[in-house]
Design a protein around this ligand. Sequence first.
Ligand code: ADP
Ligand code: GLC
Length: 494
Amino acid sequence: MRYRRFVNVLSVTSECFPLVKTGGLADVTGALPLALQALGVDCRVLLPAYPGVGEQLVASRATTTISDLFGGAATLVEGTTTTGLTVILVAAPHLFERAGGGPYVGPDGHDWPDNHLRFAALSWVAAAIATGRLPVGADGSWRPDVVHLHDWQAALTAAYLNFDHTAGAPPTLLTIHNLAFQGLFPQGLLSSLRLPAAALAVGGIGHWESLSFLKAGGRWCDAVSTVSPTYAREILTTEHGMGFDGVLNERRGGLLGIVNGIDLETWNPATDSHIAARYAVSNVAAGKAANKAALRAEVGLQPDSAAPLFCVISRLTEQKGLDLLLATLPRLLAAGAQLLVLGTGDGKLEDGFRRAATDHPGRVAAVIGYDEDLSHRVQAGADAIIVPSRFEPCGLTQLCGLRYGTLPLVAKVGGLADTVVDSTTRSLRAKTATGFQFTPVDAEHLAVALGRACDLFASPARWQRVIRTAMTTDVGWSTPAAEYLALYERLLSR
Ligand code: ADP
Ligand code: GLC
């Protein structure tokens, strides 16, 4: 057997399940380290101590203090989550301990005005741990072999390491979860970030009249990955590169796409404590029927055994293409289907779904808000989950849908293209179909796919066959975690 050394990884992120979550990034940064642990990797998560986060840690202790972290004192707090993650919190009250709002936005819904300082501070701490200037670990001697940066909030770490000439900094990996967020700020803020003017020179982090945190990762990380092979190809093009394709195309070593998994313990219909009736593949028909009845009662949809229940669990933003669903709603209802939307975000979309629920009582329900527990009951009770995204780096709700036998109906883009097998005559015959895809991403093609799903639902035996394939698809983290480990090892052997 090949000798495999133990690898220490510092995973730097702005959110992490179960401590703080606004979307899929938290799911990934909460689950991937656990899957890496199972492969012998000592992965520790560096995260800001937002309000309420420290209280959730088991056996936490303050370790290192920092006298001036971008305008105030800070402490590193180390501990463990109830799920078994080792976490290092950046406790900096002047940056992260604020009433109301969330990790990125204040109570008024606008970005915190000092986001550049807040995430520069996270990144600066990551770089200082990487070079050993800030001691962490039980005896202060833990050092990462690889630093894994997630999205723009962590990407400035690569700039600090680039301009800090301390020898022996470990290799870095940037994972791009969503290129729509590049951490753009006015160039005049550069000096407040504790970076030299050279950071804005050609080949630096200047981005037109702005500076870009993400670009620091694109320029100076030893490797860059994203969360699906199709998205990795898409963002190298001018059409989908969001102004970042130049940076990515300039990189030697390319851009790797590793599809996300989901945590198979958190998302397991056989043990899920949030749902009305637990089920596995062997009793899925009865299990889903019981969950569907309970869900309909909970959200005010009519009992109707002939009606497929479609659901959406999503941020309501332009990316997610849910305006297309509103446009196809009359056709969906005419086909006899029902719709349940759980989501929050853009006011116009929220109003659109609220109005649809008012106009079609018992047939359309809209729960406007963020509700983790309800999201499990929706996955368990719905027949199909609609993800009509204009672009989707990976997407996780379709993976949960597969696991819960809730057939994904998705736009054929990004990770959605990579994780769902469209139901065609051939794939149905070969028993490889797991859901429905449509392309191009417009209301017409969405409507056609919804029609195909309704037709298949009307043949219960065929629908059940697709459910069985969906539920036995591997959507866990073990394969992707092994790919990340192989990537870390490549970085270490350079
Ligand atoms: P993104 O990160 O772009 O929002 P993903 O599909 O990767 O999309 O991840 C979204 C995550 O957030 C999933 O775990 C999904 O269940 C969850 N989620 C999204 N909206 C809601 C909501 N309104 N209530 C509960 N969970 C939600
Ligand atoms: C981003 C993407 C989503 C992806 C998630 C986790 O939020 O929008 O597609 O699944 O990150 O990687």
